[in-house]
Design a protein around this ligand. Structure first.
Ligand code: IPM
Ligand code: MN
Length: 370
């Protein structure tokens, strides 16, 4: 039996509560699919930092490189300097493991979750490929003459040919796969398309993205090409979300447009992401943050963490397990039993996890008996 060694970093705020539900669903899935998990829990996060002063040491990053995957809850605490622990844990993983794609599906499971007028599940089903190791996140910059009237703050956006090219290639390969999957499902009406989102009019170095994208596109003649500046992209995401299939974009723009995307699919509570380097240890997490005000109340929506678990299984090659979790989440949301995918749903975090597990197990039992 295959055993996967999974690092679990529950983290801060609602992180431990939602990660526990991700693990609950993962464990149920392991039993159904016939694989085993060995979970290795790590305490890194703000509480650990406040207690010990310790951030993530390089030796632990090295240890993470030896796992099959990592599941993360959330990081961030109001008593710690903004971003300090996030940079250590989240960016530590993204940069330390060279997880160059941040894959963020925007999928509306049920109409009642959508804030847009006259849009439904068939209109909102796309994926953002966010470059995850460069751009304005590269930590190049700093302050001069800090706390004086002459203070200078400088930040540089870093873009490399290699970084742009591999993100674009991932996006085109994904579009090809999505197109083939839609065709196999008898639903080929929506063309496979990759939209490059940048700001190459105002930020001319983004022209590197333009060229890398065009270079990669030549290898995918059957995939439609498309481009939007990021401001227009925000407008189109609200006006015509059905236009999008795969978006590829810079680190910062991907960060921003996927919060907008999360709202289109029902809220931050539901959005999931995979920080991926194909063939290497990758990390999966909900898109939301640590939501300090909901900490310990058992009200946070764990569907983002649960869907992240599904993405992790897909990455590990457990396609059936991944699809069954995704279907369980989709069925649950379509059932009408979940009024909203947020802290006001009236459903406890742990109860929502149980609801997914019971759909998962019930569907598998139904399949087995039919
Ligand atoms: C995200 C988060 C992170 C980011 C923060 C916590 C550093 O917003 O994963 O989207 O900006 O990437
Ligand atoms: Mn973000």
């Amino acid at each position: 039996m295959t055993t996967y060694r999974i690092g679990v970093i529950p983290g801060d705020g609602i992180g431990p509560e939602v990660a526990a539900e991700g693990v609950k669903v993962l464990t149920a899935s392991a039993e159904l699919e016939g694989f085993q998990t060995e979970l290795v829990e790590y305490e890194y996060g703000s509480d650990h930092y406040l207690k010990t002063g310790e951030l993530v040491p390089e030796s632990v990053i090295e240890e993470w490189r030896g796992l099959d995957a990592v599941l993360l809850g959330a990081i961030g605490h109001p008593d710690v300097e903004p971003g300090l622990v996030e940079r250590s844990v989240i960016l530590g993983l993204r940069f330390g493991l060279d997880l160059y794609v941040n894959l963020r599906p925007i999928k509306l499971y049920s109409e009642h979750l959508c804030p847009l007028k006259d849009k439904g599940p068939s209109d909102i089903e796309f994926v953002v490929v966010r470059e995850n190791t460069e751009g304005l996140y590269a930590q190049i910059g700093g302050h001069l003459k800090k706390d004086t009237p002459d203070e200078v703050a400088l930040v540089n956006g870093l873009y490399t040919w290699k970084g742009c090219e591999r993100a674009c290639r991932y996006a085109f390969e994904l579009a090809r796969k999505r197109g083939r999957d839609r065709e196999a499902a008898g639903n080929p009406d929506r063309p496979a398309r990759v939209t490059l989102v940048d700001k190459a009019n105002a930020i001319r170095p983004h022209d590197l993205w333009t060229r890398a994208y065009e270079y990669v596109a030549r290898d995918f003649p059957e995939i439609e090409t498309d481009h939007a500046y990021v401001d227009a992209c925000c407008m189109w995401m609200v006006k015509n979300p059905e236009w999008f299939d795969v978006i590829v974009t810079t680190n910062l723009f991907g960060d921003i447009i996927t919060d907008l995307g999360a709202m289109l699919q029902g809220g931050m509570g539901i959005a999931a992401s995979g920080n991926i380097h194909p063939g290497r240890t990758s990390m999966f997490e909900p898109v939301h943050g640590s939501a300090p005000k909901y900490t310990g109340q058992n009200v946070a929506c764990p569907l983002g963490a649960i869907s992240a678990t599904s993405m992790m299984l897909d990455f590990l090659g457990e396609a059936s397990g991944a699809q069954r979790i995704e279907r369980a989440v989709g069925d649950l949301l379509q059932s009408g039993d979940v009024p909203s995918a947020d802290a006001r749903s009236g459903i406890a975090t742990s109860e929502m996890g149980d609801m997914v597990v019971s759909r998962l197990v019930g569907a598998a039992a139904g399949q087995a008996s039919s």
